[in-house]
Write a protein that binds this ligand. Structure first.
Ligand code: FAD
Length: 432
């Protein structure tokens, strides 16, 4: 029986741990946070249900969504684990700060511009450019595109208007799909960003897990031999016939194989002591991250001023067109709640909610895709295929937008390379 250690319990580490257990290995999972990483920021919220006892609800922070087109492997994994899911309310509003909302799209996945909204010339222009983008960005057109073309260059070359880019397209990309700054968006490889957009817009509806991230985590972790929470590892060494991992308060631990499933920047720090791992450390340093915060709160001023304009996803862009945030109306995202008071979750807030309305602030990081990171992905895959005892997985380790899907795919890919056995239908999908 192989003794395998995994560092990091995000979706990639948990999926690999589950696969390694399925093939009969002894699995130890290390996580620096006090709770498993994938569910580490979620909260229990006391609901103000009016007179009578308070109800409590679990809120996923961040709320992660998927569909079968852009997340085929995750969908198969969830089905195989018995994770139930449901369609998310897709209604959206778009507002420029300090103004009234200029566009509302209903709870539908195709089209969505109402006839009355089209009376407004800005909406008409944006609807026409949305149709043009959908016609231009076909699978065939994307296949012909090189990774050198950035999203900024593509939009400039095709002469999309500032209204379309900064009041409609970028608010959605920056605060939901890609979760990054406008400068990172402009530099994003167009092929990667547009493929994700193509797969998420106008296809099958986005879904969320019915019982939240905690349910996924519970199902993936069920048979793991040894789970060590609040254990931040500080160094890793690869020797001829084993690997050692160390943390300040614990003895050195020995394993046959080590899977580093942390963020790339944390992984690079773990390798600084071992000369054999310096080349891969340089590869990991090529992945860049941006800080992303998510706030759960009850500040109504984050919603469009007019009650009838308030939707499930409410995008708000800055007047100077440099950034945007998305406020999710959680009472609509979780329609099963019995909550009477409004609760919101704002992703990448451009200002903070009033202090007395704040429930929790979560600080996270998101990898930024660029030409440099795409080339590092190839080097990392070469390292993982070369038979080292130390391998690397994570949502950053793929030539796509870093999402749950790429985390799962990287775990399946490595497990396949290591000759592990798992439900054959899942492996077939992974190598497609
Ligand atoms: C606001 C926001 C919204 C998102 N929405 C979606 C969505 O709707 N759909 C979707 O598919 N994806 C979404 N994502 C992306 C998705 O959440 C990530 O891609 C995915 O969770 C990353 O998983 P991972 O396993 O690669 O890494 P992580 O989840 O980052 O896991 C790495 C783990 O390693 C641990 N760790 C790091 N260093 C050490 C150390 N030295 N010792 C021990 N442990 C360590 C960390 O604590 C962490 O738990 C969103 C991301 C953000 C920020």
């Amino acid at each position: 029986m192989n003794r395998i250690a995994i560092i990091g319990s995000g979706i990639a580490g948990l999926t690999f741990a589950w696969l390694a257990k399925q093939s009969g290995n002894h699995v130890t999972l290390f996580e620096s946070q006090p709770r498993l990483g994938m569910d580490a920021h979620s909260i229990n919220l006391d609901l103000e249900t009016g007179p009578g006892p308070c109800d409590s609800a679990r809120v996923d922070v961040p709320p992660r969504m998927f569909n079968s087109e852009d997340w085929p492997l995750l969908t198969r994994l969830y089905e195989s684990l018995g994770v139930e899911s449901q369609v998310v309310d897709a209604s959206k509003s778009f507002t420029v700060e300090n103004e009234s909302s200029w566009l509302q799209l209903g709870n539908q996945y195709r089209g969505g511009f109402s006839v009355s909204a089209l009376l407004n010339s800005k909406v008409r222009g944006v609807a026409a450019e949305t149709a043009r983008l959908q016609a231009e960005v076909t699978e065939e057109a994307l296949r012909a595109m090189t990774h050198e073309l950035t999203l900024g260059q593509f939009l400039d070359r095709e002469a999309y208007s500032d209204d379309f880019i900064f009041d409609f397209l970028f608010p959605g990309l920056a605060s939901t799909v890609l979760t990054c700054s406008y400068s990172a968006l402009l530099n994003y490889p167009a092929k990667v960003a547009l493929l994700s957009l193509l797969n998420q817009v106008d296809r099958s509806p986005l879904r969320r897990t019915s019982l939240g991230t905690a349910d996924v985590v519970d199902r993936l972790i069920v048979n793991i031999d040894d789970v060590r929470l609040s254990t931040r590892l500080t160094s890793v060494s690869e020797l001829d016939n084993h690997v050692t991992v160390s943390c300040p308060d614990d003895a050195e631990n020995r394993f046959d194989q080590l899977i580093v499933a942390t963020q790339a920047n944390s992984a690079a720090k773990l390798l600084s002591d071992d000369p054999k791992l310096q080349r891969v450390r340089e590869t990991l340093e090529a992945f860049e991250y941006e800080n992303v915060s998510v706030v759960v709160h009850r500040d109504d001023s984050f919603m469009p001023p007019k009650a009838s304009d308030r939707m499930c996803f409410n995008f708000n862009s800055r007047q100077d067109r440099t950034d945007a945030m998305c406020t999710m109306w959680l009472n609509r995202f979780y329609p099963e709640w019995s909550e009477s008071g409004n609760v919101y979750q704002t992703i990448r807030p451009t200002r903070m909610p009033a202090k007395d309305t704040e429930i929790v602030i979560a600080a996270m990081q998101r990898p930024i895709v660029s030409q440099k990171s795409l080339s590092a992905v190839k080097d990392l895959q070469t390292h993982n295929a070369a038979g080292s005892r130390v391998s690397f997985i994570g949502s950053y380790a793929a030539a796509t937008v870093p999402l749950l899907e790429s985390g799962v795919a990287s775990a399946f890919d490595l497990a396949g390379k290591m000759g592990m056995e798992a439900p054959s239908d899942l492996f077939e999908t992974a190598s497609d």
